[in-house]
Design a protein. Structure first.
Length: 344
């Protein structure tokens, strides 16, 4: 029941996002088909379009087609996987571009998340254990500085250092694993700052809990208490952060992909916005929104899987359902029937 309600909410939110995006694009001068036909913006590929492609675009987005009908045709294509060709990449459909580019952006996001977790967790724990020390102040200062540093500026600094001064890594292109290193590092700097502060605050909160104080009073070793109890409970809040963070990185790599020449989805989104590639812009926007909403749903389910209290609150456990049923029975004065002739 809970999952069904959340899925319905996702569908309604996607419809709202699509309507808002489509309306804003319609407010721009010109209609979808005439922009492409005249080579407007920076597209400039009208001469390469065949008469069949022009007719297909006119049938979908021509000025003679009512706006509401254009929207319904696009949404029908989005549901069935037929969003039509891109204006700039007319040999490719929008869904083909998304399917080919998103794995690249996702690989950068996964690499950035892994590096962020591996670096931020020890830094946050160190800052919490040595609270109000030089380690704490220095770690949090570095985390705040990294969080405030834009990823495109971090990318430029990394290019200057590792490509210009040291000549260790390629500064541009997508030819092999070496080309992933600098973009991943540029994307991981800000998440490291966010996660380190989350871990520090979570560890400090758990260190003040009664079960930690009781364990210490009973002579428990500090190291055992930290590993078995404090760290285990402190990592729970990270689940709620990592899901949306992954979606944000996978869909927010626009500047980094442009700087390093990575053919990811962010780069296509930028080109679609600059070149007024309306079908591609609509498709990528809708995909970004769907990814973010789905990741939020996945995070909620994972959190419920890890925490029994959350499962009970959401009604995802039989215990919660049984307790609720018993409460209703008690309120209505009903009793559970007693089996006759059975085991007592």
């Amino acid at each position: 029941m809970y999952i069904g309600r959340r899925l319905l909410r996702v569908v309604l939110c996607l419809i709202a996002v699509s309507m808002l995006t489509f309306t804003l694009l319609q407010l721009a001068p010109g209609d979808f088909a005439s922009i492409q036909a005249s080579g407007g913006g920076t597209v400039g590929l009208a001469q390469e379009a065949t008469s069949e492609q022009q007719a297909g675009l006119a049938a979908r987005y021509g000025e003679d087609i009512p706006v509401w009908q254009q929207y319904l045709k696009f949404m029908a294509g989005a549901v069935t996987g037929d969003m039509g060709p891109s204006y700039k990449y007319q040999h490719l459909d929008v869904e083909e571009i998304i399917a080919g580019a998103f794995p690249i952006s996702a690989s950068l996001a996964v690499g950035a998340i892994l590096i962020s977790v591996l670096v931020a967790v020890p830094l946050g724990i160190l800052a919490a254990v040595r609270r109000k020390s030089v380690w704490d102040w220095g770690t949090m200062f570095a985390a705040t500085l990294g969080h405030g540093l834009p990823n495109y500026l971090a990318g430029l600094v990394l290019v200057i250092v590792f490509s210009g001064m040291l000549s260790l890594l390629p500064p541009f292109g997508w030819d092999g694993p070496a080309n992933m290193i600098l973009p991943v590092l540029a994307l991981s700097i800000a998440p490291i700052g966010v996660l380190a502060r989350y871990v520090r605050n979570s560890v400090l909160e758990n260190l003040r809990e009664e079960y930690v104080v009781a364990a210490k009073s009973k002579g428990g070793r500090s190291r055992t208490i930290m590993v078995r109890h404090v760290l285990r409970n402190s990592m729970m809040p990270l689940v709620t952060v990592l899901g949306p963070m992954f979606a944000g990185l996978a869909t927010g790599t626009i500047f980094v992909e442009s700087i390093f020449g990575v053919p990811g989805l962010g780069r296509y989104f930028t080109e679609a916005a600059v070149g007024r590639d309306m079908p591609l812009l609509m498709g990528t926007t809708l995909f970004f929104a769907a990814l973010l909403m789905v990741m939020n749903l996945v995070v909620d389910l994972i959190y419920a899987l890890l925490d029994p209290r959350v499962r009970a609150d959401l009604g995802l456990t039989r215990t919660g359902e049984e307790s609720a049923r018993r409460a209703r029975d008690a309120g209505s004065g009903r009793r559970r029937p007693v089996a006759v002739g059975g085991a007592s």
